[in-house]
Design a protein around this ligand. Structure first.
Ligand SMILES: [Ca+2]
Ligand SMILES: [Ca+2]
Ligand SMILES: [Ca+2]
Length: 220
């Protein structure tokens, strides 16, 4: 999950699976903690809304402020970070889609709150929550339906990002073939759009789809 590292290029924080730790025990340093105790009410609210503890939130907040001193991340920042992780391909489009999925209030920036709520689902959410998040990512225009074109746009963006780097699930099919197969499975009533119910039902029933959801988790 590259998102974990995107904001934490510093060597302070590592996120493995769902465990967040500090590489250095400097969080014990009261002076440092004091600088992180910005807006304590906001952190308390986030503690209640997310699946992170107060201490984890403090660690994450410090990482966030370290990478983004202004406290907000815009789309350009997302694109820059992704281009560092995928220098072999063009990650611009995928970074754009991801940015929109993180920017839940659609105000053009990812705040610490937006970031934490996304991360909480991706790292510690239930399968249902993760699938909801994925649906929202694929539903590019956020109208509540995934069209074949939207799915194709996401797939193409992933292919572009991976560049020439071989990827087991992707190497045999072109994006269009890949999407045809998925879409036919997901669009149960054949009305040309995939609803959230169709999406969740197909993902939970079909191992192949779940596996490729894993694929997309890996590129987040
Ligand atoms: Ca926002
Ligand atoms: Ca849509
Ligand atoms: Ca349908």
């Amino acid at each position: 999950m590259y998102v974990c590292f995107l904001f934490f290029g510093s060597d302070y924080i590592s996120i493995e699976g769902s465990t967040i730790t500090l590489e250095q025990d400097s969080v014990e340093d009261e002076m440092e903690i004091a600088t992180v105790r910005h807006r304590p009410e906001a952190l308390e609210l986030l503690e209640a809304q997310s699946k992170f503890t107060k201490k984890e939130l403090q660690i994450l907040y410090r990482g966030f402020k370290n990478e983004c001193p202004s406290g907000i991340v815009n789309e350009e920042t997302f694109k820059e970070i992704y281009s560092q992780f995928f220098p072999q391909g063009d990650s611009t489009t995928y970074a754009h889609f991801l940015f929109n999925a993180f920017d839940t209030d659609h105000n053009g920036s990812v705040s610490f709150e937006d970031f934490i709520m996304g991360l909480s689902i991706l790292l510690r959410g239930t399968v249902q929550e993760k699938l909801n998040w994925a649906f929202n990512l694929y539903d590019i225009n956020k109208d509540g339906y995934i069209t074949k074109e939207e799915m194709l746009d996401i797939m193409k963006a992933i292919y572009d990002m991976m560049g020439k780097c071989t990827y087991p699930v992707l190497k045999e099919d072109t994006p269009r073939q890949h999407v045809e197969t998925f879409f036919q499975k997901m669009d149960k009533n054949k009305d040309g759009v995939v609803t959230i119910d169709e999406f969740i039902e197909s993902c939970q029933k079909d191992e192949n789809i779940m596996r490729s959801m894993q694929l997309f988790e890996n590129v987040i």
